[in-house]
Design a binder for this molecule. Structure first.
Ligand SMILES: Cc1ncc(COP(=O)(O)O)c(C=O)c1O
Length: 399
């Protein structure tokens, strides 16, 4: 198929819910991707933070190939070695005490499971979520998501969700009632623009949950698996949640969602309470096992921490150079750069110079590169931004 045919077919037959970029990807390796004309790009988007071990990591590819030849599908009601291996590895890296998992296929599904589990375990209905929070777009996850634009066309949502300001524990305390089952929080608000909480906030949430006897659900869908410089962002704050949600990067690029909790809490689910057809399929589990091996063997969390510091320093130099840049913030390789204007031009012009970037709202450039990205590649990203933002600033000064 030629380029035009591919575009025409996607436009005709695919639901029109994505703002398409002028980019058609064919292959990827590490932090690089190539388009249909064999143009190379540095990928700071990584499929919205999915490809944490890089595109097509050889160990992940090999594991998928091997498992595909053996067995692709086995329902959760049937035992399977690939799933067992994955679960053992997963539980070896999750925070202490979180030792039972429900396996699904996406971030939103991992949240749905957490909401149902919290309701079932506590026998209560309400969930406290946060202003600016993002948890996905299925009806339960959407009810926890803050943005009006996402919620309003689909009212009425699931009842019992309350949103309070992020980073303010007093507001949380005041929102608790006898109906509250859990607090649901992103340790770093990704979609909102990489917003870090005050240093004690998660600890305070833990204390609030303990004293009110409610559950703390931490959504690590975007921040988990080494992204922030530790296996999980909650590790930075020495907080262990009651339920943790994972997805995106878990299986090296193959769809997987995980809801992990304590055996005690998970045992609130009884036969048939929750299920899905594909969750824990051997193919995804084999890919996920390989991804965890890579994460550990290549010390990717440590790499994210040191490269993140380096990249933030370089972006900070740009902030000192250009008035248009308001702030650089982040943890590990989960970084936001807030500009003083709409960033659409910057994203498009960077793409023309072979750097693929992501937005978070209208004014924040979000960097979620594969953790295998090199210093040299990050330097190239900084150089492109230097040129693109420099041109935009001159343009604005002229007009
Ligand atoms: C923090 C967080 N939670 C949940 C989700 C939903 O994940 P998915 O798009 O896989 O349903 C996302 C997706 O961006 C996310 O960033």
């Amino acid at each position: 198929m030629n380029e035009k045919e591919i575009i025409d077919i996607e436009q005709k037959y695919m639901a029109n819910v994505y703002a398409k970029k002028s980019l058609m990807l064919v292959r990827g390796k590490g932090a690089l991707v190539w388009d249909i004309n064999d143009q190379e790009y540095i990928d700071c988007m990584a499929g919205y933070g999915v490809c944490i071990v890089g595109h097509c990591h050889p160990q992940v590819v090999k594991a998928i190939q091997k498992q595909a030849e053996l067995l692709i599908s086995a329902h959760g009601s049937i035992y399977n070695e690939a799933r067992s291996r994955f679960l053992k590895k997963l539980i070896s890296i999750t925070p202490k005490g979180l030792n039972q998992a429900f396996l699904s296929n996406s971030g939103a599904e991992s949240i749905e499971c957490a909401i149902k589990l919290a309701r079932k375990y506590t026998g209560k209905t309400d969930i406290i979520a946060f202003v600016g929070g993002y948890h996905g777009k299925t009806m339960g996850a959407l009810s926890a998501t803050w943005k009006k634009k996402y919620r309003e066309p689909f009212l009425p949502l699931v009842p019992g969700f309350i949103h309070v300001p992020f980073g303010k524990s007093n507001g949380v305390k005041n929102a608790i009632t006898e109906k509250t089952a859990a607090i649901l929080v992103e340790p770093i608000q990704g979609e909102r623009g990489i917003i870090l909480p005050p240093p004690n906030f998660l600890k305070e949430l833990r204390e609030i949950c303990d004293s009110a006897d409610i559950l703390l659900i931490i959504d690590e869908v975007q921040s988990g698996f080494g992204r922030t410089g530790k296996f999980f962002a909650c590790d930075h704050f020495s907080v262990v949640p009651d339920i943790m949600c994972l997805a995106k990067s878990v299986a090296g690029g193959v769809p997987m969602g995980v809801t992990v909790s304590t055996q005690d809490i998970m045992s609130a689910f009884t036969l048939g309470n929750h299920s899905n057809t594909f969750g824990g399929n051997p193919l995804a589990c084999a890919a996920a096992s390989a991804a965890i091996d890579v994460l550990i063997e290549e010390r990717l969390p440590e790499r994210a921490a040191s490269l993140g510091r380096y990249f933030m320093d370089r972006l900070e130099e740009l902030r000192e150079k250009y008035r248009l840049i308001r702030e650089v913030r982040g943890l590990g390789l989960m970084i936001g750069m807030q500009l003083r204007f709409d960033i659409l031009n910057i994203l498009q012009n960077s793409l023309k110079r072979n750097v693929l970037l992501l937005d978070a709202g209208r004014t924040v450039i979000r960097f979620l590169p594969p953790l295998v990205i090199t210093k040299e590649q990050l330097d190239r990203v900084v150089n492109v931004l230097d040129n693109v933002i420099g041109e935009e600033e001159s343009e604005r000064l002229r007009s």
